[in-house]
Design a protein around this ligand. Structure first.
Ligand code: ASP
Ligand code: MG
Length: 401
């Protein structure tokens, strides 16, 4: 059994859908039972969002979900028709028909259960099953979506539930690169990358994979093949660290994310409960705070800084200003136009030289580091967005990627 997921750009036109269908037909002829997961055609999800914004300032989340789910509701039957036209019996299913149950957090629902009985029956009858990605069903038959890029997650969850042999993510790039090839022309295609590294890459701005999909793949030990839907080529295999023989102890890639804003709450009384007071209302508004730094307390006050995506900047500032008044902080500073650059690799663990090289390289290029954060497999610096391209290129060079 093989799960093949096609991204929106691979389905952007009727010709592309026919091309993708040929690829599915070839897998079927090679002897696989195939489940296809599709994204919406081209940029149709964006267009639906624009449409919504033309009729309402703040459309209700459940209505938006119902609207956005129609994008995949178009591409799935078209793919099924194209397959049938090639002589491959096929059937398309919406998320709820495919048995994808989610919670009811609209626009960011999580899959909580999967009952693939219908899919299994269709496969047993010799049909290719085309599932509309990105959508599921919460209780009371509510249509939900899994967050932008969420059809990757649909594909991986199905592959795990059906115990597929492989899950292919077919996209408009050849795989996972050591850095964004638009910034670094000699970026190298990685043959393998470990789940934790990919998770950091995906969460640090490399938009090739939905982070939740990587988490599910790791939990179920499902290998993912990210490869081009247009070219032949093995692409990148996302797998466990143990399965990777080469290149284990080193930096694997440089990720970046533009459009970062920083908020600083200055002169906060240093007592228990202050961080909670700041971050609870942000969480309630579903704003993810990213790099968080608190300075050492001095005369009973500290400064608390954190980053959010620029899109959330204004709202976050408003919320934090309210909190700052309540807790008696001196002031709130907001800065936009920042970017995040991260060095990623399991080789970072226990190698202090990596951080030193990163900071030295940025300093050699006169790039000021605004904030720093680290994890087991990542070091992130917040810098001026105008310098992000230089930073990525310089780090790619410095780590000899
Ligand atoms: N169509 C949705 C989006 O554009 C889901 C996906 O492409 O994976 O975000
Ligand atoms: Mg997509």
């Amino acid at each position: 059994m093989l799960v093949q997921k096609f991204g929106g750009s691979s389905l952007g036109t009727p010709e592309r859908i026919k091309r993708a269908a040929k690829r599915v037909a070839a897998s079927q002829q090679a002897g696989y039972d195939v489940v296809v997961v599709v994204s919406a055609m081209g940029d149709s999800t964006d267009r639906l969002l624009t449409l919504a914004s033309r009729v309402a300032k703040e459309p209700a989340a459940r209505e938006l979900d119902l609207l956005l789910s129609t994008g995949e509701g178009v591409s799935a039957p078209l793919m099924s028709m194209a397959l049938t036209e090639l002589g491959v019996p096929a059937v398309s299913l919406l998320g709820f028909q495919a048995g994808i149950q989610t919670d009811r957090r609209h626009a960011k629902a999580r899959i909580v259960g999967l009952t693939p009985g219908r899919i299994e029956r269709e496969l047993a009858a010799g049909r290719v099953v085309v599932v509309a990605g990105f959508q599921g069903m919460g209780d009371e038959m509510e249509v939900t979506t899994l967050g932008r890029g969420g059809s990757d997650t649909t594909a991986v969850a199905l592959a795990a539930a059906l115990k597929a042999q492989a899950c292919e993510i077919l996209t408009d790039v050849r795989g996972i690169y050591t850095a964004d090839p638009r910034f670094v022309p000699n970026a190298r295609l990685l043959r393998h990358i470990a789940y934790p590294e990919m998770l950091e890459l995906a969460s640090s701005g490399a938009r090739v994979m939905h982070p939740r999909a990587v988490e599910i793949a790791e939990a179920y030990g499902m290998e993912l093949h990210v490869r081009s839907s247009f070219h032949a080529g093995a692409g990148t295999i996302i797998c466990s660290e143990e399965a990777i023989m080469e290149d284990r102890n080193r930096v694997r890639g440089i990720a970046h994310e533009e459009h970062v804003a920083r908020l600083s709450v200055v002169g906060v009384p240093d007592r228990p409960g202050i961080a909670a007071a700041i971050f609870a209302p942000l969480a309630e508004a579903d704003i993810a705070a990213d790099v968080i730094v608190q300075t050492a307390s001095h005369e009973g006050v500290t400064d608390m800084s954190f980053t959010v995506s620029s899109a959330d900047g204004r709202q976050a500032e408003r919320i934090v200003q309210g909190v700052a008044r309540e807790v008696g902080a001196r002031t709130v500073l907001a800065q936009n136009g920042l970017a995040k650059v991260s060095v990623i690799g399991s080789g970072i663990r226990g190698q202090p030289g990596v951080a030193a090289t990163m900071f030295r390289t940025l300093s050699d290029h006169r790039i000021n580091i605004e904030m720093i954060s680290t994890s087991e497999v990542r070091i992130t610096c917040i810098i001026d967005a105008k310098r992000v391209k230089d930073a990525v290129a310089a780090l790619h060079e410095a780590f000899k990627l």
